[in-house]
Design a protein around this ligand. Structure first.
Ligand code: TXA
Ligand code: MG
Length: 327
């Protein structure tokens, strides 16, 4: 059921979650599917619905600092980041408290925690009265949803409720920082740039290759992938397909381009923040069209451009490992 996220609907959603059910809801990054973080059965159901491997841990979403203390231990640098960026699109991986379920952290001694900025998200957590786990509301490996209709298209009535809160403000997942020996390491580029974090706490370690044993599927070489083959094109280098049905995703308005159908421009003036917000919607639209290939223009690798390029590279690496193109 897709419902406008009114206060009554949020209360109903909270009842469903308290009863062990699953609800999709908006955050400022992407839509998530919420389950009670302390209900192992509900969390199991969530893994199954997303077809997510159990080795892939979930982010615990909190509404206030009291709840943070209940799930993790806070270090000095973490505290600084929380003060600056929470509520907001930053996830911190910190030593977990014993009460956090093994299934949530995939037996990891650390837990990922985030306090969303979106009011509907925080009101939902408050209405449940307990932290919620919430992965993005997409089948494992597929493009994340940035509006309620995306969720509806991917899950339909398999979800007890979808709270509609319009378009997501950032349209890109939260940035994930882990502290390893108190040093900040980037696990997933996201809605807050590394530059902003560095300004707050100094150098952030940015691994240049995915680790052999990924800690976050954000770190798998493939993820966030459309069903259609995707190829990154260098800025200004346009391959016009004659024999294949091709779609084009430009970072900024091209000087001249002969086609108008299946053409997406992420930001007319080439503003990275705007491009990030539009990225997943554009990919959803192109992937819904009958295309053989999507060409995506590369963006500068700075600020949010790092997160955009990360998503594009992972989409390009997808060799139908996760999802099969429908005939
Ligand atoms: O913006 C977001 O973070 C969205 C919204 C819904 O809040 N959520 C989201 O969740 O992106 P998900 O499950 O799609 O991605 C969470 C990432 C995964 O790559 C997971 O491996 C990583 O966080 N993660 C979770 N717990 C972790 C942990 N204990 N250690 C390392 N990585 C962890
Ligand atoms: Mg995800």
């Amino acid at each position: 059921m897709l419902t406008k996220a009114s206060p009554i609907a949020i209360d109903m959603a909270a009842q469903i979650i308290k009863g062990g059910g699953l609800v999709a809801f908006p955050t400022e990054t992407v839509y998530g599917i919420a389950a009670d973080a302390f209900n192992a059965k509900a969390v199991q159901k969530l893994f199954k619905l997303k077809k997510r491997p159990l080795v892939d841990p979930l982010i615990v979403h909190v509404a206030d600092f009291e709840q943070v203390e209940k799930v993790c231990k806070i270090s000095k640098k973490a505290e600084k980041l929380m003060a600056k960026f929470w509520p907001g699109p930053l996830t911190l991986v910190l030593p977990k408290r014993r009460t956090v379920l093994d299934i949530v952290t995939a037996k990891n001694p650390k837990v990922a925690v985030r306090m969303p900025k979106n009011d509907i998200a925080r009101n939902l957590i408050r209405a449940v009265g307990s932290p919620l786990v919430a992965p993005s509301a997409n089948p494992f490996g597929y493009i994340s949803p940035t509006n309620a209709q995306h969720v509806m298209d991917m899950f339909g009535n398999k979800l007890e409720m979808i709270l509609d809160g319009g378009q997501c403000e950032y349209g890109l997942e939260s940035t994930i920082i882990e502290f390893v020996d108190f040093k900040p390491v980037l696990l997933r580029a996201g809605a807050i740039s590394v530059e902003e974090i560095t300004e707050e706490i100094g150098r952030v370690i940015v691994p240049d290759k995915p680790p052999r044993k990924p800690k976050a599927p954000g770190q798998l070489p493939w993820h966030y992938a459309p069903k259609t083959k995707l190829k990154i094109m260098e800025p200004g280098v346009i391959k016009l397909e004659k024999n294949k049905r091709a779609g084009y995703m430009f970072f900024k308005m091209p000087k001249e381009f002969p086609y108008t159908e299946h053409v997406e421009v992420l930001s007319k003036l080439g503003i990275l923040e705007e491009a990030a917000t539009n990225l997943f919607s554009a990919l959803h639209r192109l992937d819904a069209a009958p295309l053989d290939i999507i060409y995506a223009e590369a963006v500068p690798e700075e600020g949010l451009g790092r997160a955009i390029m990360d998503r594009l590279r992972k989409a390009q690496k997808n060799k139908n490992k996760v999802v099969k193109k429908r005939k």
